[in-house]
Design a binder for this molecule. Structure first.
Ligand SMILES: Cc1cc2nc3c(=O)[nH]c(=O)nc-3n(C[C@H](O)[C@H](O)[C@H](O)COP(=O)(O)OP(=O)(O)OC[C@H]3O[C@@H](n4cnc5c(N)ncnc54)[C@H](O)[C@@H]3O)c2cc1C
Length: 250
């Protein structure tokens, strides 16, 4: 099976982010970058499917030279090769267009993504690719099985699970719970340095969105008190929701 995994490089969740002098972008000074955590799930799923069904896993990213580091992390997990689509400042649609252009000639059987990148939280790359490549797509996947040319994705929906079947090739965006991503071993980190990374120059169309301003959250809103008001159960649920959906720590 020819599996393609889209990965993005994002600031480490523990990094202190500052807005750059232009007031419209993130100041990269002192920021540690990592492989997007949801993309680790996508890479892991790709590796498991490759090992089961044979084939290879290619990881692809759109970004500057420094984004190669995210590819190396995915290669250290076990991916076979990488593709860097070199590009500068881009919005999500331009990224999707460049990904689609690079992916189309590769004819993958399966395209895996994270459900969202934790920096811009767009959650739009999978649906955009679906439209641009005219392929079926399942978002927030917490389960995936492949049987011949049919993929079955279990999706997280409000209050439950939904199972859908997709004709392959198809696009699947990974949600927490899909699997437990492996930690790269030291020998695999060393091996990853020798794995091939192909470089392509991305040619974006004109941007359709522009960032007008970027600000840090209001410090006064940094603390939140969840009142129990006699219903500790409801308060605990609300706290768990806030930690999951807003603080994104669980
Ligand atoms: C070179 C470069 C420069 C940028 N400059 C700016 C800037 O100046 N200002 C700004 O606000 N934003 C910038 N961005 C961010 C960009 O606008 C998008 O927001 C980002 O690439 C996609 O994030 P998203 O939150 O929309 O993705 P989501 O839709 O949340 O991501 C879902 C999944 O899509 C895949 N994916 C996302 N991004 C990429 C990628 N780049 N390559 C491969 N797979 C990906 C991953 O699997 C991810 O888990 C830049 C991006 C790039 C690549």
């Amino acid at each position: 099976m020819n599996i393609l995994v889209c990965v993005s490089q994002v600031p480490d969740t523990t990094t202190r982010i500052n807005v750059a002098a232009d007031g419209k972008s993130m100041d990269p000074a002192g920021v540690k970058f990592i492989l997007n955590p949801y993309d680790e799930l996508a890479v892991e799923e790709g590796l498991r499917l490759r090992d089961k069904h044979k084939g290879e896993v290619t990881v692809i990213t759109v970004g500057a030279d420094s984004a190669k580091e995210a590819l190396r992390q995915a290669l250290a997990m076990g991916a076979d090769k990488g593709i860097l689509v070199k590009a500068d400042k881009q919005d999500s649609f331009q990224v999707a267009e460049m990904l689609a252009a690079a992916i189309m000639p590769l004819n993958p059987d399966l395209i895996l993504l994270g459900k969202q990148s934790i920096d811009f939280d767009g959650m739009e790359m999978a649906p955009m690719l679906s439209e641009l490549l005219n392929l079926p797509c399942a978002t927030v996947a917490v389960g995936l099985t492949i049987d011949g040319t049919t993929a079955k994705a279990e999706k997280e929906v409000e209050g439950g699970r939904e199972v859908i079947s997709l004709t392959m090739p198809c696009i699947i965006a990974a949600q927490k719970g899909l699997n437990d991503p492996r930690y790269p071993s030291l020998p695999n980190i060393m091996k990853a340095k020798q794995k091939p990374i192909q470089e392509i120059v991305g040619t974006p169309s004109a941007a359709r969105t522009a960032i007008v301003g970027m600000t840090k959250p209001d410090k006064k809103r940094a603390n939140k008190i969840v009142k129990a008001d006699g219903d500790a159960n409801a308060a605990a649920h609300e706290l768990a929701r806030l930690l999951h959906e807003e603080a994104k720590v669980i």
